[in-house]
Ligand binder design. Structure first.
Ligand SMILES: *Cc1c(COP(=O)(O)O)cnc(C)c1O
Length: 420
């Protein structure tokens, strides 16, 4: 079998350089919270393929469901010849998402595609064009979602021109906005929206309840409800992008539930598919059904194999109570990071979506140390990811089924990497 080194050589002359990887180890197999590379080295997984394998890698129920489906039929295109599992995934989405109102759902392949479609639906339903997004936001890498995403490098640099009618407002970032309350931060954002866009032009206010790639920024309490209330008062659609936060990751089915939010539309992807590519837009029936027949879709959206995987993943989350597991993981990780040094400005996040922000003595971001800690984790066999506009946030996204021993072992590696 080829070694990682050999595979890496082949990669350099075959795979475009623009596609990066966090580590140079090539995966052979994975299970639960562990990856094993082709050199036989084990990695503790604090990445979950970016918050995807919440039910564990190659989760038995997902594997069985995929196997059963792939033998029955692989693809018909739901727009050509429909099948039950697509309907069943939509039923699960309607049931699990917050919002005590009549809902509909539609399925797509990726998070970016779900966000694009949520914007399409909001624009169609309102007859308006402007979309309000926030500082540090991440919504994807397609043309529209690049415009919605805040950070230039690496996501947008030299990839313009970007889609028009996208407006950016300041977010609530308690560590870096002087500790504004949620209400104050919302007032500041609403001021920008009203002055620079005009309430009657806004089709949608689109926000991650906890920012993902932007640095696991948790807004101050009250920020999200104030924005949602403003959207409602102004006839704009409030869209929660729960692609990273959704499906038990934060210890609830959706992070919006934490403040009793009932978003008009919710985008989901990542964890919902148990490792297969699937995404959804779920929300108010009158918005979703406003679009003319044939206006939404795509060849692979809600592919039967991905739907089978999603149904099995969601059932696994329910059976194993992975919401409770996420909350237990939070307790364990926070306990391991209590005696951290002053270089760590904050441990933040919710459930199994936690991060530390590393700073220099004056409070300036410290991306150099962040990269060094990350490298030391990788050298010791712990797969971690960084994030944040300033590249100074280390984030932890273990599979929710990670064993206590694996979690403790991973945290031991992390603590040593932080203290050297
Ligand atoms: C990952 C992510 C996306 C994009 O999803 P893809 O499947 O990579 O297209 C959009 N929004 C949020 C919040 C994400 O974390």
């Amino acid at each position: 079998m080829a070694t990682s080194e050999q595979l890496h050589k082949r990669r350099l002359s075959a795979v475009a350089k623009g596609v990066g990887s966090v580590v140079d180890a090539y995966v052979d197999h994975a299970a639960g919270g562990t990856l094993t590379d082709v050199d036989g080295r084990e990695w503790i997984d604090f990445a979950s393929g970016i918050a995807v394998t919440s039910v564990g890698n190659a989760a038995p129920a997902v594997v069985a469901a995929v196997r059963e489906q792939v033998e029955r039929f692989t693809h018909t295109c739901f727009m050509v010849a429909p099948y039950e599992s697509y309907v069943a995934v939509c039923e699960r989405l309607i049931e699990l998402t917050p919002g005590r109102f009549e809902k509909r759902a539609a399925l797509f392949n990726s998070g970016a595609e779900a966000v694009e479609n949520a914007v399409k639906i909001a624009r169609h339903a309102t007859g308006r064009q402007a979309v309000v997004v926030f500082d540090h936001a991440y919504h994807g890498r397609t043309n529209l979602t690049m415009a919605l995403t805040a950070k230039n490098m690496p996501y947008k640099h030299r990839f313009g021109p970007f889609a028009p009618e996208v407006y950016r407002a300041p977010v609530s970032y308690p560590l870096r906005d002087g500790g504004l309350t949620g209400a104050e931060a919302a007032r500041r954002a609403i001021d920008v929206i009203e002055k620079q866009v005009g309430g009657s032009n806004v089709a949608a206010v689109l926000i991650e309840p906890i920012q993902g790639e932007g640095g696991f920024v948790v807004p101050a309490k009250g920020f999200l409800p104030a924005l949602a209330a403003w959207a409602k008062a102004n006839g704009a659609v409030f869209i929660a992008d729960e692609i990273q936060t959704g499906f038990a990751r934060t210890g609830q089915w959706f992070a919006s539930e934490d403040e009793g939010l009932e978003p008009d539309l919710i985008t989901t992807a990542k964890g919902m598919g148990g490792g297969l590519p699937i995404a959804g837009v779920t929300g108010r029936a009158e918005l979703m059904d406003a679009v003319h027949a044939g206006g939404l879709g795509g060849t692979y959206g809600g592919n039967p194999i991905a739907c089978a995987a999603a149904l099995a993943a969601i059932e696994t989350m329910r059976m194993l109570d992975l919401n409770a597991a996420a909350r237990r993981i939070e307790t364990t990780i926070r306990a391991a990071l209590t005696d951290v040094d002053q270089g760590i400005a904050e441990v933040r996040g919710r459930g199994a979506m936690l991060a530390i922000e590393l700073v220099l003595p004056g409070g300036e971001p410290d991306p150099t140390r962040t990269a060094a800690v990350s490298r030391r984790c990788h050298e010791a066999g712990l797969l971690t990811l960084t994030c944040g506009t300033y590249g100074n946030v280390l984030r932890f996204l273990p599979p929710l089924v990670i064993g206590d021993a694996e979690l403790e072992r991973g945290l031991g590696i992390l603590r040593r990497a932080l203290h050297t």
